[in-house]
Design a protein. Structure first.
Length: 216
């Protein structure tokens, strides 16, 4: 299996963290977003969307991060994607929520317009304020209803929704997003941050974060 990825990518980092926890025969192939290798003809043959990640497993391919996580979890027989129907449905629900409701406001609405030049068109004070309010509301849902007094977002056990969600929430670090009002989110992220593969999976992101902060 070949995973095409960029190590700093918001949606690649969860997969790298999962792979650090699970022994799967995956060859990692770096697609450098800074050099726009994702727009190169050879890569567009693999993923015509021009985005990372992309997985090629023989003649089979996938191009969505959350789906790749599901696939890897099934291959690994991981408890992080439970087989029982209702438990799996709760994990899928959390994955879908992160990938649509949360990512739309926190990522594309608030963070990316402030750090990525090609998303600047989505910026402006009014738009940022609109998405900041909505992102705060999403985080309140995550804090009080999805996590609450439990350790993880979809129940009492670690799931692939935690891998995925942690990548999306921590992207707020790029703009110094204040998570102080969300104690359960901070507790959950602290639990994720002590996983053995966390530092390695997030090393490139942390380097990018430092560069953005230095340039601010």
């Amino acid at each position: 299996m070949k995973l095409y990825y960029d190590p700093a990518s918001t949606v690649c980092r969860p997969i790298l963290l999962f792979l650090a926890d699970h022994d799967l025969p995956v060859e990692l192939i770096h697609v450098d977003l800074a050099k726009q290798e994702n727009r190169a003809g050879w890569y567009l043959e693999i993923n015509p969307n021009g985005m990372v990640p992309a997985l090629v497993d023989g003649g089979f391919s996938l191009t969505e991060s959350a789906t790749i996580l599901r696939y890897f979890a099934d291959l690994a027989g991981a408890a992080a994607y439970p087989a029982e129907a209702r438990a799996r449905a709760k994990v899928d629900e959390a994955l879908d929520w992160f990938n649509t409701s949360f990512y739309r406001d926190h990522g594309y609405g608030l963070v990316y317009p402030q750090i990525l030049p090609h998303y600047a068109v989505l910026g402006g004070a009014d738009r940022l304020a609109f998405h900041a309010e909505r992102a705060a509301a999403r985080l309140d849902v995550l804090d009080r209803h999805m996590i609450g007094d439990r350790p993880f977002v979809a129940g009492d056990s670690l799931s692939i929704a935690d891998y995925f969600g942690a990548g999306l929430v921590t992207m707020g670090d790029m703009i110094g997003y204040d998570l102080l009002p969300y104690p359960n989110v901070r507790r959950w992220l602290a639990t994720m941050a002590v996983r053995p593969g966390w530092d390695q999976a997030n090393a490139a992101f942390h380097g990018w974060r430092s560069a953005v902060r230095a340039a601010a």
